[in-house]
Structure formats: C-alpha cells, structure tokens
Write a protein that binds this ligand. Structure first.
Ligand code: ADP
Length: 436
C-alpha cells in the first residue's frame, strides 16, 4: 500500500525531471564519442520513466508492489550510474552527488537496509567514475574520494533510513490507536444501545404487566357481574317456582321458566367463550373447513339476529354472485353472530344496522355497520384483545372475549377482522376472507 503510493509519486517526479535532464544533456559540451552515451542514457531514461509510470498505475503494479519498487530502484541506480560515468569528463562538476538522490529513494523505499545496500552498490560506481576521470583528466586516482563518498552515503543511509523507519512505526501506531479508538467508540455505542434496549424492554414489560392486571381486573369484574347476576336471577326464579308452584298460574310459571332459560343461555354462552378463548391460547381450537356459500351464511346470521331484536332494524345487502369461500361454517357463523350482536348491543334503540357482503380482488368481505357510540381510535386494537372492553361500556353485559375469538377465527381462515370507527358516528367491523 505504502510502496504503491510511493512508486506513483516517484514515477511522476521522474517524468517531470526528464525535460530538465534532457536540456542539461543537450547543453553540455562533450569530448569526442561521449555525447552518444549521454543520449543513449537519456533515451533509456525516457523509455524507463514512461514504462514505470504506466506500471505504477497498472493492476500488475498493484499486485506486485515490492517487485515494482525493486525494479524501479534498479532502474534509477542504472540511470544515475550512467550519467555519473558519462559526465565524469567534466572537471569540477560534482556529478557523483546525484547518487544521493538515488540513495534517498532507496531509504524511503526499503529503509536502512535499502540505503546501506545502495551505498555499497554505489562504491564501484564511484570507483569507476574516478578511474574514468584519471584517464580523461590525467589526474591521480583518489581512493579517499571514493571512501568519502561511500562513507557519506553510509551515514545518510543510516540517518534517512532511521527517520523513515521511525515515521513508519509512528504511522502504524497512529493507525492502531485510531482503530482502538474506533473499537472503543463502537463498544460504547453498543453499551448505550444495550442500555437503551434494556430500558425499553423493561418499560414494555411494565406496560404489559399493567395492561394484563387491568385485563385481569376486568375479568374479575366480568365474572362477578356477568356470572353472579344471572346466577342470582336463576336462583331467585327457581326458588320462587319451588315455593309457589301450586299458587302460580301457568303464565307466571312460563315467564319464570323463560327467565331461567335466558339466563342459563347467557351463562352457557359465557362459559363457551371462556372455553373457546383458552383453546385458542392452547392452539387446540378445532376447525372443519369446507367450501361454503357466504351469502347464505350471512343471510342466516341476519335472520337469526332479527329474531328477538325488534328494537333494531337489520338490513342485509348482498352483492350478487358472491364467490364460494373455503371455511368452517360454524366458526364463521360464530364470528358473524358476534359482530351483529355487538352492533345491536351497542347501538341505540331504533337505529339501523347494515350487513354488507361483497367481493373484490379475490377476497370476500362482510361489513357490519352500525350507528352506535363508535370506538375511540386508541381503543380500536384493545377491543380485539382478550377481555378487552372499551372503558365505559361495562354497563352492557359482555366478557370482552367475543372479538378476540372472532379475530382468531378470521386469522385461521387466512383472512382478517378489522374495525374502522368514528366516535359518536358508529363503527364498521369488516371480516375479510379469501375466496375459493
Ligand atoms: P363483549 O361485547 O362481550 O364485551 P367483544 O369482544 O365482542 O366483547 O367486544 C369487546 C368490546 O368492544 C366491547 O366490550 C365494546 O366495548 C366494544 N365493542 C364491540 N363492538 C362494538 C360496537 N359495534 N360499537 C361499539 N363498541 C363495540
């Protein structure tokens, strides 16, 4: 990663420096035969610089970053050596100093080791340079110069290489610290999330417990009211019959027996609802599915509800050609009866109730529409819960189980039971069922 970025940068520098080097080569005055070597080195420089520039930006360069750096280092050293040797004829020009640039590049690439190897490699170059100068300029060979240049290069390799090493260590540490800080931050965020989640779950549990305790209180009040009242009525009526059997006329006996019948019926219904709801909870509520005529089922339920409810008008409107439904007729009748009974129970005397059956997009639906008190939006889910009753409706007899059972039946049919209601205007309960 580091070498890749470095090679991109050096390859651009190499290209940028080329015009300057070419200008120096063009401007120089050469002894016979030397200019050719200068231009040959410059041509190699141009070709290599372009090649390395392309390589530094290629996939191959990415995949083989170390090999690319090694190749670039060899190339740079060869070109620098070429120029040092070619320009050895120029007396007084410190041309061998350009080896320092190559050395700096080796340190940056391969740290101290790279620098030291380059210092070692440049010793024969400087030696060759000295030899050429001796031949050309007729001066004595200077071992000291070779030793001095190599010594300087070694020192530079140690200093620059160490600096590069330190910088790399620091940068690794900084990355590790940043990583640690990130992990810590994530951990803290996780802990805050966990605390939030724990708080939220505690809050929900408390709310659920509060709701259950309200429902349980409702159930106790339902049992005490809805069971005790009919039981008391039945007991009183039975006692009256037993104590006064001979004194009572036939009509009086009949009416007392009718009272007993009605109250026992209501108690039976209540017991049935409690049993049904426990079976639903235990998932043992049984169904017997078959193809059924929804229109006939709705018509039957309406007729049955009309009997004995003179105070309320029930209007059935059935769309023609209703498709058959796959369902349990007894359970679906139970749902319809509950919806219509509720509409009657909670509607004012004399109002009308409409029962509409229709089909759209593969679903059949039955709507039971009343003009009763309506249900506040915040209680519209409560009414489908076990023992859920709208506050203020306890004056009407009821267990709060009917809609809970009805929704479970609708769900078991792959359908749905929903309510839409406006306070003071009335409610519409919609039973949706998939058609055959
Ligand atoms: P029950 O009628 O026996 O109390 P349900 O489960 O059938 O039990 O109904 C739950 C509650 O929903 C009722 O207690 C009542 O508060 C409310 N409710 C149901 N149907 C209607 C309706 N048509 N209009 C107004 N409130 C209704």
């Amino acid at each position: 990663m580091r070498l890749r970025g470095l090679e991109r940068w050096i390859s651009a520098l190499r290209l940028l420096a080329f015009p300057f080097v070419a200008w120096l080569v063009a401007e120089a005055t050469y002894p016979r035969g030397w200019e050719r070597w200068a231009w040959l080195t410059t041509a190699a420089y141009a070709l290599g610089a372009v090649g390395l520039y392309v390589l530094a930006r290629s996939r191959l360069g990415e995949a083989r970053a170390f090999a690319q750096s090694l190749l670039a280092q060899f190339f740079d050293t060869a070109i620098v050596a070429g120029y040092v040797l070619v320009f050895s004829f120029e007396a007084g020009t410190p041309v061998e100093q350009i080896l320092y640039i190559d050395l700096a590049a080796a340190c940056v690439r391969f740290e101290i080791v790279g620098g030291l190897l380059l210092a070692a490699a440049s010793a024969p170059i400087v030696g060759g340079f000295e030899r050429l100068r001796v031949d050309r300029l007729h001066i004595p060979y200077s071992w000291q110069l070779v030793a001095l240049q190599t010594g300087f290069e070694t020192m530079m390799a140690l200093i620059v290489g160490w600096l590069v090493r330190r910088m790399l260590i620091e940068s690794h540490e900084a990355v590790a610290r940043a990583h640690e800080a990130e992990t810590l931050r994530d951990e803290l965020a996780g802990r805050v999330d966990l605390a939030d989640a724990a708080y939220e779950s505690e809050r929900q549990t408390v709310e659920e417990l509060r709701r259950l305790s309200t429902l349980r209180a409702d159930f106790v009040s339902m049992v005490s009211h809805d069971v005790r009242t009919p039981m008391a009525t039945v007991t009183v009526a039975a006692q009256a019959l037993r104590a006064n059997w001979h004194q009572l006329g036939v009509e009086q006996r009949d009416s007392l027996l009718a009272v007993i019948d009605e109250e026992i019926g209501r108690l039976g219904g209540l017991v049935g609802e409690v049993v049904d709801s426990s079976k639903i909870d235990e998932r043992s509520f049984s169904y017997s599915f078959g193809e059924l005529d929804l229109a006939a089922l709705v018509a039957e339920a309406v007729v049955a509800a009309e009997l004995g409810h003179d105070g309320v008008r029930i209007v059935a409107s059935l769309s023609p050609g209703l498709p058959a439904v796959h369902g349990d007729p007894a359970r679906l009748r139970q749902v319809l009866t509950n919806l219509i009974d509720n509409a009657i129970k909670y509607s004012p005397e004399g109002s009308a109730i409409e029962v509409r059956a229709s089909a759209h997009n593969g679903d059949a639906s039955v709507e039971v529409i009343d003009h009763g008190p309506g249900i506040d939006a915040r209680d519209q889910q409560l009414v489908f819960e076990k023992f859920g009753r709208v506050p203020g409706t306890s004056a009407k007899p009821g267990s709060g189980l009917g809609l809970y059972i009805a929704r479970a039946i609708a769900d078991a049919h792959g359908g749905a039971l929903e309510v839409s209601s406006t306070l003071g205007e009335g409610s519409t309960f919609t039973l949706r069922l998939p058609t055959c």
